[in-house]
Design a protein around this ligand. Sequence first.
Ligand code: IDP
Ligand code: MG
Length: 139
Amino acid sequence: MVTNRTFTMLKPDAVEKGHIGAILDKISASGFKVVALKLTHMTTADAKAFYAIHSERPFYGELVEYMTRGPIVAAVLEKDNAVEDFRTLIGATNPADAAEGTIRKLYAASIGENAVHGSDSDENAAIESAFHFAGREMF
Ligand code: IDP
Ligand code: MG
């Protein structure tokens, strides 16, 4: 398994607000190399499957609605210590708790609409990357 990669999505709120360029610029400026990238629109089945781990949580329905209401940007990113460093770059799940300068502090509206996803482990980074990209789409 490649362990220096992570998976991200710029979520529908970030895309709606026109923040794709600014967020990708910040990601690149923070030392991540983009090795896969696309604009895509998750179906309800996609979002339910992607977030299946949260299916028992009270916000699951709201999360699926949110993630399917418009296009997202999916990307695979490469950097030493990618998973942990990217979680640091995006900040806490709730933007109210996110550190200054993090992507969620800058661009997220709420704990639900928090602008960006970042994988929480190398194993999930590989699973989530394969969910969105064929092998020939990752470089
Ligand atoms: P993470 O994205 O920081 O890893 P998770 O706990 O894995 O956070 O939750 C996945 C996503 O579910 C969050 O990014 C957010 O969009 C949504 N979410 C998490 N907690 C809540 C909540 O309490 N209310 C509404 N949505 C939530
Ligand atoms: Mg998570």
